[in-house]
Design a protein around this ligand. Structure first.
Ligand SMILES: Nc1nc2c(ncn2[C@@H]2O[C@H](COP(=O)(O)OP(=O)(O)OP(=O)(O)O)[C@@H](O)[C@H]2O)c(=O)[nH]1
Ligand SMILES: [Mg+2]
Length: 339
């Protein structure tokens, strides 16, 4: 690494630790781009994190996640807490329409230095919402934000990922026992630590609350019984109750140490493996890109002098990869051999 890049990483790290918005924004963008400098910066930040409370907010499109997030920012500010907000959009790029709408909605905090709002496209360089999102959460943590709110639409794998990142995951539902709540049964019910039936100004809210409460009725003693709360985020109603439930969940988390440790270990293993896979992939691809014999090999194959399978094995062999492939083939042979 050149001294110049090194110095600018130092500046990014120092700026982020000092809570500087521009440094933090730049770093989050570098992380999202998968820049090598971002890795170095994160490495230096790692010993400074772990103080923030991370709250995930997920649920179907249009359920009121952003409106609720806005209310929770205000609630946290009332307690004098600084807040980081990450809006993770699973589909659109960074300047996507939905996120812009969210930004405008949260505009009332634009002049509040203690509130830092960023959006991330979830499909970054490495796919999946986790690596860049976790990186951005850590940046906000390193900035000294007390509370970090992460909003993501609950579709597919995303809500599972967000539950892995957050200390407390809020699932936002809306009244009506239609397909939404039925579909929620599949994955989202397990990931939620607390459920909010938003838009309770609409009919059927109590019915939906009852339905969800029934799902959690048989929670064994000593385990966390997921609260189901009504809210009207648009009218700032029910927010104190949600804030209170978040505090109660924090108490539970601290008491449920063994279960928590197991969850931590599982999450850590997933992240470590994904980092290692990523690093290995990059290292091997760099090796392959630097492989000099490829054009020659192509000429030989086209001229009929060698076959593409042999050449592939030969090049992979040079990259110290061939043996495993042969092993694999041998194993397959055993299976395929007749009789
Ligand atoms: N009636 C009613 N409408 C609400 C309430 N909370 C939010 N809304 C409205 O619901 C619509 C969607 O709200 P958002 O906060 O953007 O929902 P979201 O879940 O963030 O939406 P996506 O990010 O697009 O998935 C907006 O028009 C809100 O004004 C509520 O308590 N009652
Ligand atoms: Mg939203």
């Amino acid at each position: 690494m050149t001294p110049r890049i090194d110095a600018s990483i130092d500046a990014l790290v120092a700026g982020t630790l000092a809570g500087d918005l521009r440094s933090a924004s730049r770093l989050i963008r570098l992380i999202d781009d998968g820049a090598p400098a971002a890795w170095q910066a994160q490495k230096r930040l790692f010993s400074h994190i772990g103080k923030a409370l991370v709250i995930g907010i997920t649920g179907p499109p249009g359920a009121g996640k952003s409106t609720l997030t806005d209310c929770l920012i205000a609630r946290a500010r009332r307690d004098g807490k600084s807040v980081g907000v990450l809006a993770v959009d699973p589909s659109s790029p960074i300047s996507g329409g939905a996120i812009l709408g969210d930004r405008i909605r949260m505009n009332r905090f634009a002049l509040d230095d203690a509130v830092f709002i960023r959006s991330l496209a979830s499909r970054g360089h490495f796919g999946g919402i986790t690596p860049a999102t976790r990186g951005a959460i850590r940046v906000m943590d390193a900035m000294g934000k007390d509370v970090i709110l992460v909003e993501t639409v609950g579709v597919g794998q995303d809500e599972v990922d967000i539950a892995r990142l957050a200390h407390t995951t809020i699932v936002v539902a809306v009244p009506g026992l239609g397909d939404d709540v039925q579909a929620m049964k599949a994955g989202i019910l397990e990931v939620g630590d607390l459920f909010v039936v938003n838009k309770a100004d609409r009919p059927d809210a109590d019915e939906t609350v009852g339905y969800l409460q029934n799902v959690f009725r048989r929670t064994p003693a000593g385990e966390w019984r997921r609260p189901v709360l009504k809210a009207q985020a648009l009218h700032h109603k029910g927010i104190d109750e949600i804030w209170q439930a978040i505090a109660e969940h924090a108490v539970y988390r601290h008491s449920a140490a063994p279960a928590l440790k197991a969850r931590q270990r599982a999450n850590c293993e997933i992240e470590l493996r994904s980092f290692l896979r990523q690093g290995l992939q990059q290292a091997l691809l760099r090796k392959l890109d630097a492989e000099p014999g490829i054009l020659e090999a192509v000429a030989d194959i086209v001229a009929g002098k060698s076959d593409i399978y042999a050449v592939t094995d030969e090049i992979l062999g040079k990259l110290r990869f061939g043996e495993e492939r042969e092993e694999e083939a041998r194993a397959e042979n055993v299976v395929l051999r007749p009789g």
